[in-house]
Design a protein around this ligand. Structure first.
Ligand code: UD1
Ligand code: UDP
Length: 365
């Protein structure tokens, strides 16, 4: 059986790492019916620390195709990917097209395959923010509606699809990022050089990330978020693992970053996990990091008005504050009220074997 996997953005490399590892495991156990995986990297993310670093660190096979699309407006970027992926599919004629999440690379891969009648398997199907202003929401809704296999991480995701009339091909498999967290966290035996170099007290710093268009593309929102970081940094160091998009906007807007707010380059995954585990609180607008905060039991303050990962909020592990500095400060001052109930993680996000389950579904076991 042949699978073409389309990835392009940072969170997709992490998710694909788990599934690729399961494919290798399956191949070892099934020498006769092998799965051939061809990885296509669209080139949506291209900086070393947004892309190659993850392939190396997480043992992801080198991409068979590098499309080199790069950055651009939504239509331009997605259109160029669509054209290039179509050529790969013509060449490879796979049995399945595998896509992850909700980026422009996801939609381009899914659309190219669906038009060629190649079945699409969507990992992280069914998530909804119900905010159509987010490009991710458009990408995930459209991808789900052209997919044959809808691989849902949560019960909520299955229910969201049911409400849109999608009932067939829907499977709740668990969360592949949870697979990753369990696998790689066990490899963290001693502190990484980054944590040592940062010279922060364990359990006494804020870890932050900001990259969503709704925050970065608004001067007021980005300024409010960094105002809150500045105020907090008078009490506790704030480490911001800065997405290149946000670095660009901070510069363009001329936003002054307080001295106690430490801007880091994007960090490799294992170091990110370590920073997440040892933070007092995580402040983020990332989808993946909200979940990871819950997985590792660190309170999360989400810099958005809504989330696709509603379970984290329902469980008391996460609080939505938007980009309002006063709400962020209120949540920060009451961190003890944000209580991740770790027991719930396995109930909500699976048993760490979502990727194996996905492979079983692809081969039709
Ligand atoms: C994309 C996804 C978003 C996901 C995020 C993960 C879409 C619409 N958005 O957002 O859902 O949460 O990835 O990180 O697909 N840039 C660089 N170097 C890089 C990559 C990007 O400098 O390696 C800069 C460029 O200025 C670029 C900007 O970041 O214009 C935005 O990149 P883009 O891939 O369009 O969107 P993200 O914000 O990364
Ligand atoms: N991540 C990382 N280094 C960073 C920031 C994020 O390794 O500097 C990892 C993070 O641990 C998670 C994933 O990237 O596994 C989340 O990706 P991102 O926040 O870019 O996108 P989203 O999940 O919002 O789509």
């Amino acid at each position: 059986m042949k699978v073409v996997t389309v990835v392009g953005a940072r969170p997709q490399f992490i998710k694909a790492a788990a599934v690729s590892r399961s494919i290798r495991k399956y191949n070892l156990e099934n020498p006769v019916n092998q799965i051939e995986e061809n990885i296509v990297h669209t080139g949506q993310h291209y900086d070393h620390n947004m892309s190659q670093v993850f392939f190396k660190e997480l043992d992801i096979p080198n991409p068979n195709y590098n499309l080199g699309i790069g950055s651009g407006q939504h239509g331009e970027q997605t259109g160029r990917m669509l054209e290039a992926v179509e050529k790969v599919l013509e060449n490879e004629k796979p049995d399945w097209l595998l896509v992850y999440g909700d980026t422009n690379s996801t939609l381009a891969g899914a659309l190219a395959a669906a038009k060629m009648h190649i079945p699409v398997a969507h990992v992280e199907a069914g998530l909804r923010s119900y905010n159509r202003k987010m490009p991710e929401e458009i990408n995930r809704v459209l991808t789900d509606h052209v997919s044959k296999l809808l691989l849902c991480p949560t019960t909520t995701a299955v229910e969201n699809l049911r409400r849109e009339g999608i009932l067939s091909g829907v499977h709740q498999v668990g969360d592949v990022m949870f697979d990753c967290m369990l696998y790689y966290r066990s490899k963290l035996k001693e502190h990484t050089p980054l944590l040592k170099a940062l010279r922060v007290e364990l359990g006494y710093y804020v870890l932050a990330t900001v990259h969503r268009a709704e925050n970065t593309d608004s001067l007021d929102k980005l300024r409010e978020i960094f105002e809150a970081f500045a105020e907090i940094s008078e009490q506790m160091p704030v480490l911001v693992a800065l997405h290149p998009r946000t670095r660009k906007y901070l510069q363009n807007y001329g936003i002054k970053v307080a001295a106690g707010v430490r801007l880091l380059e994007p960090v490799p995954y294992l170091q990110m996990v370590e920073l997440e585990c040892n933070a007092r609180v995580i402040m983020t607008d990332s989808g993946g990091i909200q979940k990871e905060a819950f997985f590792v039991g660190t309170p999360c303050i989400t810099l958005r008005e809504e989330t696709e990962w509603v379970e984290t909020v329902d469980c008391g592990a996460n609080i939505l504050c938007g980009a309002s500095s006063s709400r962020i400060m209120d949540a920060y001052k009451n961190i003890e009220n944000i209580n991740p109930d770790n027991e719930m993680v396995f109930k909500l996000y699976g048993n760490g074997k979502a990727s194996d389950e996905i492979i079983n579904l692809l081969v039709g076991i």
